[in-house]
Design a binder for this molecule. Structure first.
Ligand SMILES: [Zn+2]
Length: 850
């Protein structure tokens, strides 16, 4: 397709499909390069349809034959599909097409991964399988027959028959085509079972390649916990006899919620103590829950069109966060989520790629599987819950499932159930779905005669296509502390609805210290003149764990900013506060580990940029190094004791408590390594019997440039394990000094185990490159050039992953003129590439146009 005439799709242009699809029968005759797909689809024209055109989407298909009611027809092949004259009464459409799964490196539709057949249809991959009204509002039951010599052949729903060389599946629940799935290959299963609350027995399986069977137990337990949790908390029960999960090595996303047949990136399901870190275990538990929860929020109730993507994703991310908070620690989960939001969503919301959670236009929907749709979409639901209260939230959700089961819905439908369940008018709240950008909330205070007044002013900077923004509803959770550290007002949710608004608190004996935006009650940036002394006070006394962490984080940022701008020494009061907290064994180790984790260098760059400075990545790096070194020296006498006290003895368990302890232990080890030349880390590496400790030791050593021996040993030990090798690739780049980062990444692309066609490996290398702030943004521009070279090469194979990785350039306007011109040159080079995909073209154009 010509890249200079990309078509833009608009939310306002939505029209329903002119036909109902009553049933779908598919037969697959599998062959790596010549798979035949036979479809038999029953269509019924809608009498009142505005658009009666019979258009079926289809891409990269070779049409062999087509029939209507048994008679051969010759459809008109058009750009992106086909058109055909059809009867005005219900009819049966039959088509036979040929496709090439082995040649499908884009990993959309039916493709092969390590000799196994698998599918990825969301968002618009089904049209690469057969001609079909491939849109989420067309729902139907599917019956699927698979013919081939693969030992295991799976599809959605329940099995209805199998024999030598064939298997048949039927899914009784009407679904859109994006939830279709097929898997065939040499697979083994890790079985399990679950009895639903109404007593129905469900067979569970995790299917993996032979050799990976020992990495399924944790995922199976996570699945059972998710099923139980959704029954207990939301009253939602599973609705088929069978639930299958399959692990696939080559996958563009994390995992996919296909009805009854979830397909997972192997990195998001396979786990063992020897090969997975604590962070991997937690992520796997969350993703298994997320995909399972989609069975109701996504599958039973789906999206009318792709503009509504956050309807299913925002809600399901919110639900999986609730699940993780219940399984582990609520405050730690909240802090982790806010760190992620600020690292991924804030740069998006404050740069050229800013878009509302419900975008109103796109060229390629794959480019809108973003942090804004997912993470901000979840934040919007969190605000809604905070505003209406827990009881009303669950009442509204109950109504949502009753009213919309089996339907394809919109954000309007979603908000209407809340209005009906609570009587609230949500028209202003709806702005969260239509306005892009992160609101700034400026806070000023006043105290006189026992009355304390907080005044809030909200504004949102312009974003592409949205110069002006109306005030939004912002739930602002506030508590007040007395100067002696007691809480004098418990948390109260103030509701901001105007551009400027004041709230008063009466009857206070002295001027209180406010704790504002507790639990991070809204995704906004707070602007408030305050002192480091007050921040240190809140770090010590706030009853809200999130705001305690936030106070420490603000202190860390302030000291870094002062170091970068004025060459100041690390703030002594902050170092003292950190020392006190780290040595306080009464405090949760996971929380202490979080307070000890410095703000990212990219975060400091953004902070400087927002304050009107041009960030210098090398100076930011130097300040981080100096700070960490100073902290290590300050803690010198305590580190050996702290290291010993936080070492988890006995056999490994991925539970939250042990993981929190190991997280703190890892932080202590990295500080210790700066002082002891790596002795302790080398001992830990040699003794480690689990990946968390082995990896932490290797990372500390490599950061100190003392890990050569261990890195070689790590490679020797794990070279046959793809997922562990991804860590090895990424770690070398993440730990490289700025001037060596690009060269390290480049050398790794020449490594025998570098495979551009595997998205995990590509992301391991180039995600780490983009994540090494000072290295990627090194003044030489080598990092930019290396990434651009590889994006151009990958685009020919896999446009979706290429386009997503372009986001590494989205913050380019922060930097100096020299870096900007280096980046612009690389972006222009990508944009000018012959035959560039629609996906990448859209991303590069948006970033350049800013
Ligand atoms: Zn999802």
């Amino acid at each position: 397709m010509a890249k200079d005439t990309p078509q833009t799709f608009y939310l306002k242009d939505y029209t329903p499909f002119g036909f109902d699809v009553e049933s779908v029968h598919l037969t697959f005759r599998l062959a790596p390069e010549t798979t035949r797909v036979l479809s038999r689809i029953r269509f019924a024209p809608k009498p009142d349809a505005a658009d009666k055109t019979f258009f079926l989407y289809g891409e990269e298909l070779q049409l062999i034959s087509a029939k209507i009611d048994g008679q051969a027809v010759t459809p008109e092949l058009v750009d992106g599909g086909l058109k055909c004259a059809v009867p005005s009464a219900p009819f049966t459409w039959e088509a036979e097409v040929e496709i090439n799964p082995a040649g499908n490196t884009a990993l959309e539709g039916l493709y092969m991964s390590n000799r196994m057949y698998c599918t990825q249809c969301e968002a618009e991959g089904f049209r690469k399988i057969t001609y079909y009204p491939d849109r989420p509002d067309v729902m139907s039951t599917f019956t699927v027959r698979i013919e081939g010599d693969e030992p295991v052949m799976l599809s959605n729903g329940n099995p209805v028959g199998a024999g030598e060389g064939w298997a048949e599946w039927h899914d009784p629940w009407p679904k859109p085509a994006y939830l279709f799935a097929l898997v065939a290959g040499d697979l083994v299963n890790h079985p399990g079972s679950f009895t639903t609350k109404s007593g129905k027995e469900v067979e569970l399986n995790i299917w993996v390649r032979p050799g990976d069977e020992n990495k399924c137990a944790f995922g199976m337990e996570a699945l059972k916990k998710s099923m139980k949790w959704d029954e207990d908390v939301y009253g939602l029960e599973y609705d088929l006899e069978l639930f299958n999960i399959v692990a696939v090595d080559d996958f563009n996303m994390g995992a996919m919620e296909n009805k009854g047949l979830n397909i997972f990136n192997s990195s998001c399901v396979l786990a063992s103590p020897e090969t997975s870190t604590d962070a991997n275990f937690e992520r796997i538990e969350a993703i298994i829950a997320h995909e399972y929860f989609h069975n109701w929020t996504g599958n039973r109730i789906t999206c009318r069109d792709w503009f509504q993507l956050c309807l299913k994703e925002g809600l399901t991310v919110f639900r999986d966060a609730q699940f993780t908070a219940d399984m582990r620690s609520e405050p730690v989960k909240r802090i982790d989520d806010v760190i992620t939001l600020r690292a991924r969503q804030f740069p998006e919301d404050n740069g050229p790629l800013a878009h509302p959670p419900r975008p109103e236009a796109f060229q390629e929907i794959n480019n809108f599987y973003t942090a804004t749709v997912y993470e901000k979409g979840a934040e919007v639901i969190g605000m809604l819950k905070r505003l209406v209260g827990d009881e009303s939230y669950y009442k509204a959700l109950k109504l949502y499932f009753e009213r919309h089961d089996g339907q394809a819905c919109t954000i309007e439908d979603w908000l209407k159930v809340f209005e009906d369940a609570t009587g609230r008018d949500l028209s202003q709240f709806k702005l969260w779905y239509s306005q892009a950008g992160t609101p700034r909330v400026k806070v000023t205070e006043d105290y006189a005669g026992g009355t304390y007044t907080l005044t809030f002013e909200q504004s949102t900077p312009p974003t592409p296509g949205q110069p002006d923004k109306a005030p939004r509803v912002i739930p602002m959770a506030v508590g007040l502390l007395s100067p002696n550290g007691d809480e004098v007002r418990a948390t109260e949710v103030l509701e901001l609805t105007e551009a400027k608004q004041s709230f008063t608190f009466e009857g206070l004996a002295s001027k209180p210290v406010p704790s504002i935006l507790r639990e991070f009650s809204a995704p906004v940036i707070l602007e408030r003149e305050t002192s480091n002394a007050e921040r240190a006070f809140l770090l010590a006394h706030d009853t809200d764990p999130f705001n305690r962490w936030e106070a420490g984080n603000a202190l860390a940022k302030e000291t870094r900013v002062a170091m970068v701008l004025d060459g100041a020494a690390p703030d002594a009061a902050y170092l003292d506060a950190l020392e006190k907290l780290v040595r306080d064994d009464e405090q949760d180790p996971a929380f202490r580990a979080l307070v000890l984790s410095p703000p990212s260098q990219s975060d400091i760059a953004q902070t400087l940029y927002e304050r009107g400075y041009t960030p210098d990545p090398q100076k930011i790096y130097d300040a981080a190094e100096t700070f960490t070194q100073t902290l290590a020296q300050q803690l010198e006498t305590s580190l050996p004791r702290l290291y010993a006290a936080t070492t988890v003895e006995g056999s490994y368990s991925p539970d939250a408590e042990s993981a929190g302890k190991r997280a703190l232990n890892g932080r202590i080890l990295s500080l210790l390594t700066r002082l002891d030349g790596g002795e302790q880390a080398a001992r830990q590496y040699a003794a480690a019997d689990n990946m968390t400790q082995q990896y932490a030791a290797l990372a500390a050593l490599m950061k100190a440039e003392k890990g050569e021996v261990q890195s070689r040993a790590f490679f020797e030990q794990w070279q046959d394990d793809r997922l562990v090798m991804d860590k090895w690739f990424a770690l070398q780049i993440a730990c490289a000094a700025p001037e060596k980062t690009a060269a390290t990444a480049k050398a790794l692309t020449q490594h025998a185990l570098f495979d551009m066609k595997n998205p995990n490996r590509f992301r391991a290398v180039f995600g780490a490159l983009a994540g090494n702030h000072a290295g990627f943004h090194h003044a030489s521009g080598e990092g930019y050039q290396l990434l651009a070279d590889n994006l151009i090469a990958l685009d020919k194979l896999n446009p979706q992953t290429t386009a997503r990785m372009c986001a590494a350039f989205q913050t380019w306007k922060r930097y100096d003129a020299g870096r900007q011109s280096l980046i612009r040159a690389q972006l222009s080079r990508i944009a000018g590439t012959e035959g560039l995909s629609r996906d990448t073209n859209e991303m590069v154009t948006r970033i350049l146009d800013a």
